[in-house]
Design a protein around this ligand. Structure first.
Ligand code: ATP
Ligand code: MG
Length: 648
């Protein structure tokens, strides 16, 4: 009962090239199978060995203690993530680039491991001088500049718990997050560059601080140089504090289960949750996933386009990369400034080897046209990654062909803020790729697909709820300040098992395909359909750039299907096109998935992390008022325009 039906047939399979496979860290399927088996059957041995590659001030006594829903990893162990990101490399990689920075206006900076270590130690001393102690919360509200990574690492170094708030958030979203975490210090900038304009971060901070009481000090990085008011006693310039700070600051030995950071989820399905990660498990898991999934080689240049305000920016811009001694590239600005070639020009300029981005960006690149990437030399690229939403097969193929030039494997990585690291993906040197399928579980991860009663769905390609059977090192430990919500949200539906909130199916080869959020599943004449497959069928039509499908109450069918679509440039909305799109879905999937209504619009409502917010579209489709948390919505005007869009 209550399974999700899987409808779209997509059967193309792609293999990593022999050249890639030859050099890959893991390139034998047998090796993956053996390690995977060991990681489940002997987690102590497996994770103990991985953890042993990092530096510990004191070894752990026990790898895991699991009293659902509470997990403890590396019990009794003491370590520091900043030490593992920096100090550990000074001897062998001191002069290697840790961070390559490209500012939106075109300025650039390089920080070697030794320079980054020095900046972090100094800023850690600054935080101490402002009274920050182990366990205190520090909110970071900065642009994508090296100081964001420096601030994060400095907090971690002294055991303060950071809460990074994306620089695109408004004053009120910032105030909510400061209040929720009861942060003592706020680190911000005068402003940040975005699409040729300046984001007024200090002004937003001042507005937020009018509604918060916990902040005692504000540190302001001078980035744009614009005039900003500074409140005496409360506000301090970063460069002034740094000028006198000592560069000696030993890393604080932290208990493996000491809180590391709080990060709020994207808010796609409701009010954002303040996810808490702890030190040991998060460090070990992000270290290992980065190494194998991105197949990191010593001289690689790695570029992830995510902002540090998202979990991807934490795990796969900063911590996973630096723990591996890699070179990570940070880009401050918009992908279309000064023009639509910016990302490709950065790849050419720095000879980037690994690119990690999101489907929303890929669909925008497609919309802008292949002529942009074609202008640049992308031959340095070896591996591509995707994260954030299901990648529609059409977008996957474009990414593979135009950006990867059919040479680069793609890792479609499924994970969540809560999981801390990548959970399901192919390993690039081992697994054939199936567009639309994320792939296989990573080491230590045991996913299952269940129906709503918790029974495993065993038939291949039958959809259900995606759960994770066992604890993994970087799983969230709680929702900050709300242990009850932690249990209710993740462990009550299937007691003792982690519920992801996503629907998925598994094929005969054990590959997982994410079908969309279970909150968004449609119920059409008794058939339960995920959103992803119908959207993928729409996106496969040459006129369509993006699609979002939602249900609307229907007296006969239970739910009718309403599809919101945006068009590629050169295509115009018309009743004929709407009819054609309906017929196209019927052809690709079947009559069951025929949209009752197509709404052609110029933009879809998205979270600031770039995910489609279907819950708002559901309300628009039903002609209801917009309710629920919209604090993470990117552009409120989109909702008004959607309401005005004419149905076909
Ligand atoms: P909230 O939990 O507040 O509703 P959110 O779930 O969007 O927001 P994130 O933690 O940023 O917050 O996103 C995790 C979700 O993103 C996953 O549950 C999944 O739905 C989606 N996702 C991430 N990567 C992939 C992927 N490779 N394929 C399919 N879906 C993905
Ligand atoms: Mg979520």
């Amino acid at each position: 009962m209550e399974k999700i039906e899987a409808v779209l047939k997509e059967e193309r399979v792609f293999y990593p090239s022999e050249a890639f496979r030859q050099k890959a860290r893991i390139n034998q399927l047998q090796e993956y199978e053996t390690l995977y088996k060991e990681s489940l059957e002997q987690p102590e041995a497996f994770w103990g060995r991985v953890a042993g590659e990092l530096h510990w001030f004191q070894p752990w006594q026990k790898v895991l203690e699991w009293n659902p829903p509470n997990a403890k990893w590396f019990i009794g162990g003491k370590l520091n993530l900043s030490y593992n990101c920096l100090d550990r490399h000074l001897e062998t990689r001191g002069n290697k680039a840790a961070i390559l920075f490209e500012g939106e206006p075109g300025d650039s900076r390089i920080l070697t491991y030794q320079q980054l270590h020095r900046e972090v130690c100094k800023f850690a001393n600054v935080l101490k001088s402002l009274g920050v102690q182990k366990g205190d919360r520090v909110t970071i509200y900065l642009p994508m500049i090296p100081e964001a990574a420096i601030a994060m690492l400095a907090c971690v170094r002294i055991g303060a718990v950071h809460s990074v708030v994306f620089g695109g958030f408004s004053a009120s979203a910032l105030a909510d997050r400061i209040n929720d975490a009861q942060a003592k210090v706020l680190i911000t900038a005068d402003g940040g560059y975005r699409r040729g304009g300046v984001v007024p971060l200090k002004a937003n901070s001042d507005e937020a601080l009018a509604d918060t009481k916990s902040i005692q000090h504000v540190v302001v990085v001078k980035r744009t140089g614009q005039e900003v008011p500074m409140q005496a006693g409360r506000d301090h310039w970063y460069h002034e504090l740094m000028a006198d700070a000592s560069a000696v600051c030993p890393a604080e030995p932290m208990d493996a289960e000491d809180p590391l950071f709080i990060l709020y989820t994207s808010g796609s399905t409701g009010k954002p949750k303040g996810v808490l990660h702890t030190t040991g498990g998060y460090s070990v898991y992000t270290y290992l996933t980065t190494r194998y999934i991105f197949d990191l080689q010593e001289n690689d240049t790695y570029f992830c386009t995510a902002d540090v305000g998202w979990i991807t920016g934490h795990s796969y811009v900063v911590y996973g990369l630096l723990q591996n001694g890699a070179t990570t590239l940070m880009y401050e600005g918009a992908p279309n400034f000064p023009n639509e070639g910016r990302i490709w020009s950065i790849i050419e300029k720095y000879r980037v080897n690994i690119l990690y981005t999101a489907p929303t960006a890929i669909r925008a690149f497609m919309k802008w046209g292949e002529e942009w990437p074609r202008k640049y030399n992308l031959e340095s690229l070896r591996l591509l990654g995707s994260v954030g939403e299901p990648i529609n097969p059409e977008a996957w193929l474009w990414y593979y062909r135009v950006i990867g030039q059919e040479r680069c494997p793609i890792v479609d990585t499924w994970w969540q803020t809560e999981t801390g690291g990548i959970m399901i993906t192919t390993l690039p040197g081992v697994h054939p790729m199936k567009p639309g399928h994320a792939g296989k579980p990573f080491f230590g991860v045991k996913p299952e697909i269940v129906d709503s009663s918790g029974q495993a769905v065993t038939n291949p390609d039958e959809g259900g709820h995606l759960i994770i059977e066992r604890p993994w090192p970087s799983m969230l430990r709680t929702v900050w300040g709300d242990p009850e919500r932690f249990e209710r949200q993740y462990f009550s539906q299937y007691p003792g098992r982690y519920f992801t909130g996503d629907g998925a199916k598994r094929d005969a080869d054990g590959y997982y395909m994410i079908l969309g959020r279970v909150d968004d599943v449609l119920n059409v004449s008794g058939h339960r359909l995920g959103t992803m497959e119908i959207e993928s069928a729409l996106v496969a039509h040459p006129a369509v750039a993006e699609a979002a499908v939602v249900g609307r109450p229907d007296p006969i069918k239970g739910e009718g299907i309403v599809a919101f679509v945006t068009l590629k440039s050169g295509h115009n909305p018309s009743p004929e096109l709407a009819q054609e799109l309906k017929a196209h879905v019927v052809k690709m999937i079947g009559a069951i998935a025929r949209p009752d209504e197509i709404r052609i619009t110029d933009a879809l409502p998205k979270t600031r992390s770039g995910k489609i917010m279907r819950r708002l579209l559901r309300q628009v489709a039903a002609g209801e008022e917009i309710k629920g948390d919209t604090s993470t919505l990117e552009d409120r005007a989109v909702v008004e325009r959607l309401k005005a869009s004419s149905p076909h």
